[in-house]
Each structure stands twice: as C-alpha cells, then as structure tokens.
Design a protein around this ligand. Structure first.
Ligand code: FAD
Length: 233
C-alpha cells in the first residue's frame, strides 16, 4: 500500500567521490516494500516542492532502516538537499512504487546495471539468497572509471556465500592498473545465451534502451524482461 511517511537520516556512507549510501531510520512504523521498489522523496527547495524517485537498495528483511544509493549531481535540487542533510534530520517520502520486482519464476537471472542503477540489485540479490534461490544469478555492473566502482566487497561476500551468484564488473575507460573486465557492459552481454533467463536492466536511459533492444534481439520478451530507467520524473 502506498503511504506517506517520514524517515530520519541514520548515516551517510561514501561509496565514491560523488556516490553515497544513505540509510534512513523509520520515524514511525516501517513501511513494507519489495526488493526493487522505489520511494518518492519530497523536499522543499526555495518554496517549491521537489519530488524525486530513488530505488531502495536495502533488502526488505532489514527492518531497522532502509537504504538509498545516490549520485549527488552538482546543482541537482534533490542532490544538494540530500548532500547537506544532518544526521537525525527528518525527510518525507511516499511509496513504495514500481514494477521492477522479483517474480516467482525459477529461471536463471541476469542483472545489468551501470552507476547507481546497481541500487535495486543491492536489495534483490540478498533477498534471492535468503529465499534459497537455486538458479544462477549473474550481475553485470559497468562504470566509466575505476574510481566510480563501489560495492565490490559486497559482491565478493555474496559470491562466497552462494556459488550460484557471480558478478562481472567492467570499466569502460580503465587505467593500465585495472586487471578486471574492460569496455562497456554491452560488449560482455553480446555473447550470452539468455534462453530460459529472466533479465533485469537498470540505469541511465541510453544504456537501458541499448541493452533492452539487445535482449529483445536475443529473444527476451515480457514477462521475462524487466527494466528501470533513472530518468527525471
Ligand atoms: C524510478 C527511478 C529510480 C531512481 N533511482 C535512483 C537511485 O537509486 N539513485 C540515483 O542517484 N538516482 C535515481 N534516480 C534519479 C533521481 O530521481 C533524480 O533524477 C536524480 O537524483 C537527479 O535529481 P536532482 O534533483 O538532484 O537533479 P535535478 O535538479 O533534477 O537535475 C540537475 C541536473 O542534472 C541532470 N540530471 C538529472 N538526472 C541525471 C542523471 N541521472 N544523470 C546525469 N544527469 C542528470 C538534469 O538534466 C539537470 O541538468 C531514479 C529515477 C527514477 C525515475
């Protein structure tokens, strides 16, 4: 059920120079949500009400708080507000919203994200592992520079916990020090066989459009093709 609620900033964890995990404590009763859902944040800016969508990056099994994973855009109205929030400060949300959710399907899962598009998957993967999901989960995560990478230790922990989970991290403009995959995420998706696979794509509009078209060309279709676009709404 969609609710209006308040939450207090519990902590702000830097992930990169401009990307932060913000954990919020519920000001009253926790609001039930599913992995992949988003909340609408409402802030006042110069007398205007500014509303922005943010995917929830915590697993619903976490009852004490919920997390968001945000890139602070210089001059962005919500970004500037959130960046300057004090610990304990209250902010208003609505939600949960969205159709970018796990299903009961027992197929392999392919997750594709760039940048903060990783947010919903940070809630989905532990949810699947908690449920004892038996099929393969492959997470492809692309960023431009090595310094844009985050949550890599989290991926390693999940890989150790469950051999069915595997992450593929790629940097499109790496330095010579980078030993991992390089190039755009799409290059690494090209050879994949996605038959009997559920596909989830999340990130900026261009990447989502390109990967969606690539997956459709490989035969993916509704209800096995899920995507979330981080456009301004
Ligand atoms: C369903 C959904 C879920 C989302 N989840 C997340 C999330 O988990 N984490 C997250 O960081 N964002 C997420 N977004 C994007 C978020 O809602 C805001 O659009 C973003 O934070 C910018 O808001 P702002 O008020 O700071 O900037 P604005 O004041 O709206 O814009 C500032 C400037 O930045 C440009 N801009 C706007 N969005 C982007 C962008 N994504 N990349 C580069 N430039 C941009 C604008 O064109 C403008 O020039 C999500 C969007 C949707 C629709």
């Amino acid at each position: 059920m969609i609710q209006k609620f308040a939450a207090k900033l519990l902590r702000s964890i830097p992930l990169t120079a401009d990307t932060y995990q913000l954990d919020f404590a519920w000001a009253s009763e926790p609001v039930p949500y599913e992995a992949g859902h988003f909340f609408l944040l409402e802030v006042e800016d110069g007398g205007d009400k500014v509303t922005r969508a943010y995917s929830i990056s915590s697993a619903p099994s976490e009852k004490e708080f919920f997390s968001l994973c945000l890139k602070f855009l210089p001059g962005g109205r919500a970004s500037e507000y959130l960046k300057n929030m004090e610990i304990g400060q209250e902010v208003h949300f609505q939600g949960p919203f969205g159709h970018f959710k796990l299903t009961d399907s027992k197929k392999d899962i392919l997750m594709v994200a760039t940048g903060t598009g990783i947010a919903p998957f940070i809630g989905m993967v532990p949810t699947l592992l908690e449920q004892g999901f038996k099929k393969k989960i492959s997470l492809y995560f692309g960023v431009r520079f090595e310094e844009d990478l985050f949550y890599l230790a989290q991926f390693k922990t999940w890989e150790k916990k469950n051999s069915k989970f595997k992450s593929f991290v790629t940097v499109s403009r790496p330095t010579e020090k980078w030993k991992g995959l390089s190039g755009r995420v799409t290059e690494h998706l090209e050879p994949l066989d996605i038959k009997d696979c559920e596909v989830y794509i999340c990130g900026n509009g261009d990447m989502v459009k390109t990967v969606k078209e690539m997956m459709e060309a490989k035969g993916a279709q509704k209800p096995d093709l899920h995507f979330e676009l981080f456009t301004s709404i």
